[in-house]
Write a protein that binds this ligand. Structure first.
Ligand SMILES: C[S@@+](CC[C@H](N)C(=O)[O-])C[C@H]1O[C@@H](n2cnc3c(N)ncnc32)[C@H](O)[C@@H]1O
Length: 248
């Protein structure tokens, strides 16, 4: 798909490919009880891997970094080499919808801003199959964070992410899917802005000029700018929630 080329070009040099920050990754990791020594970790939808490398630093485990974009995996491995973390990370170019690992393989499964690609509930089910007994799942999911969001917000998500729920409904879903919730917290606004939206806004003018005669590219960039503007206007109503849970 031609659009992917421009999305990739926009995202390739950003600190990360979605909202998040190392402090939140660490906070989520610290709520995992009794972490095995050198855990075997699967990072689903790792992108360019800011959280993968932070996990490598704090866990010293073996991490499979899975994404279906080879360009992102290449950037991740270059960054891993720069940080001397390459021995902890194995890149895997695979769709999360077609993961072929054996059941009960991983101690920990991680996924920041990505599990929605296979549907949150479906993702919970699949991760549960791949986790060892008593294994842990840490995931961020887009949620409503305030009651009664205004009509423009509801309409926006009806088209962009109809599956969006509030935190309470997601906690119920997590419990119904056979997990024990250990902790949850909302990512701060800074994790949307500092590592993602502000770097996007900085890069857009250059790309818009570069592709000034390319309507497909311009459509992609306009979509990103609209997304940033929408977040700045309505950030009190939605956000990413980090859920850390244990397989029961
Ligand atoms: C919003 S980005 C998040 C990346 C990274 N976890 C982060 O927080 O920076 C979502 C990632 O999921 C990947 N992705 C989307 N659909 C996928 C699929 N079906 N299988 C594997 N990865 C996928 C994208 O390539 C992208 O890197």
């Amino acid at each position: 798909m031609e659009e992917m080329t421009y999305i990739y070009e926009l995202c390739e040099r950003l600190p990360r490919c979605g909202p998040g920050d190392n402090e939140s990754t660490r906070r989520a990791y610290e709520s995992i009880l009794e972490v095995p020594k050198q855990p075997f970790i699967l990072d689903i939808g790792c992108g360019t891997g800011m959280q993968t490398l932070e996990l490598a630093r704090i866990s010293e485990g073996k991490i499979i970094a899975l994404d279906n974009c080879q360009g992102f995996l290449d950037i991740l491995m270059n960054r891993a080499v720069e940080d001397r973390l390459q021995d902890f990370v194995t890149p895997k170019n695979m769709s999360m919808r077609e993961m072929d690992f054996n059941e009960e393989t991983f101690d920990i499964i991680w996924s920041e801003g990505a599990l929605y690609s296979m549907g949150f509930q479906n993702g919970l089910k699949r991760c549960r199959q791949l986790l060892k007994d008593g294994g842990y799942l840490a995931v961020t999911e887009l949620v409503y964070i305030a009651p009664d969001p205004p009509i423009p917000v509801v309409q926006y998500f009806e088209s962009e992410y109809p599956d969006i729920k509030d935190v309470k409904s997601n906690v119920e879903l997590i419990q119904n899917e056979g997990f024990h919730l250990l902790s949850n917290f909302t990512l701060p606004e800074s994790s949307w802005l500092d590592n993602y939206y502000l770097p996007i806004e900085k890069k857009l003018p250059y790309l818009i000029k570069k592709y000034q005669n390319n309507q497909v590219a311009l459509g992609v960039f306009e979509g990103f700018q609209n997304e940033v503007n929408f977040y700045k206007k309505y950030s009190e109503f939605y956000g990413y929630e980090f859920f850390v849970m244990k397989k029961e």
